[in-house]
Design a protein around this ligand. Structure first.
Ligand code: UDP
Length: 339
């Protein structure tokens, strides 16, 4: 099939003359999701047109990077003669593409990666049952975020730090991760962008002695941090999130990324995490009230790296997940629709 993958088109915050590429230069979950899914489609023999990430280096001859990032340019390309031979548009842009502006009859589906209802619910696939329930939908397909093991180095011997990797925000539970690490007597490495200064100041005031702030990471540094950590901390909190709805962790890219490296996950039950963490780690309650005994026993009982990686690949391997989407592409081409 000739598949268009549309990523969320975003400019690099520190260098707006460039677009975030696939894979991304730094923090950007959707761009990693698209990178791993593209790998899966290519292994299944499909041709991919990547829209929304100008400047991306194609990973294979079967990839065409379309030079369109502005929303109007993306719609124009989808309506151009070049796009006339496309079989299906798979839209990860979370509302940038309006399906009503596509050429008549062009097969279309989207994948939702935010909390709350999608802007265009037609033919939307969710990353978790919790996310789908929050969108008040009970018929749409649920397909997990995939991971290509070739992109994530396995490491059996771990260092003794815990890792927080992501946006440093209240709903992502960075403060609670620091509280847990402090109770467990471990250092917490905190990697990611910080746009909420008061929140970060509160973390450093209460747990600064055991937190190593390393800023946003990319490339080998990011992989090294993930693969060496004792555990990835994903203590997502069901507090008010960025779009005026209670945060429900939608799919959590870092869970499959950590697990593919053999790094177990400690997560709350918020959103998707109750569905995916038990296979690769341990679920702990929301909030920051961890006793020393509780935190230490959670760390001591984590599953081993081999079991974690095997569980991740069984469930979320990029080819396994690409086959699930391939079946949905065929359904959409056959005229199936859902909202
Ligand atoms: N990430 C990164 N560098 C950082 C922090 C995060 O590359 O400094 C990546 C991380 O590996 C993951 C993504 O950003 O792929 C975060 O996605 P996730 O779904 O975990 O969180 P959200 O999209 O909700 O922020």
């Amino acid at each position: 099939m000739r598949v268009v993958l549309v990523t969320m088109a975003l400019r690099v915050p520190t260098d707006p003359s460039h677009w975030i590429t696939v894979p991304p230069q730094g923090y950007a979950g959707i761009h990693w999701i698209v990178a791993n899914h593209m790998d899966g489609l290519l292994e299944l023999g499909h041709e991919v047109f990547l829209l929304g990430a100008p400047g991306t280096t194609p990973v294979a001859p079967a990839v065409t990077v379309v030079d369109a990032g502005e929303i109007e340019d993306m719609h124009a390309w989808l309506n151009s003669p070049e796009a006339a031979t496309i079989d299906v548009v798979h839209d990860f842009s979370c509302g940038q593409i309006d399906p009503d502006r596509l050429p008549r009859g062009m097969a279309y589906l989207s994948t939702h990666h935010l909390t709350g209802k999608p802007k265009y619910p037609r033919n939307c696939v969710y990353a978790s049952y919790a996310q789908r329930a929050q969108a008040e939908n009970d018929v749409a397909p649920v397909v997990r975020i995939s991971v290509n093991q070739a992109r994530y180095p396995f490491r059996a011997d771990k260092d003794d730090y815990l890792l927080y990797l992501g946006r440093i925000s209240e709903w992502k539970g960075t403060y609670e991760a620091a509280a847990f690490a402090s109770a467990a007597g471990r250092r917490l490495v905190v990697a990611g962008p910080s746009w909420e200064e008061d929140y970060l100041a509160r973390i450093m005031r209460d747990f600064g002695d055991s937190v190593d702030l390393v800023g946003e990471v990319g490339g080998d540094r990011r992989l090294d941090l993930i693969s060496r950590a004792t555990a990835m901390m994903v203590l997502s909190q069901s507090t008010m999130g960025p779009w005026g709805v209670v945060w429900c962790e939608p799919g959590s890219t870092v869970v499959s990324e950590a697990a593919a490296c053999g790094t177990p996950v400690i997560g709350t039950p918020n959103g998707c995490l109750a569905e995916i963490v038990p296979a690769v780690g341990t679920v702990v309650p929301e909030g920051a009230d961890f006793t020393v005994e509780q935190a230490r026993s959670v760390v001591a009982a984590l599953p081993g790296p081999d079991a974690v990686r095997a569980a991740a690949l069984e469930r979320w391997d990029h080819v396994v997940v690409a086959k699930e989407f391939e079946a949905i592409y065929h359904d959409v081409l056959a005229g199936r629709t859902w909202t």
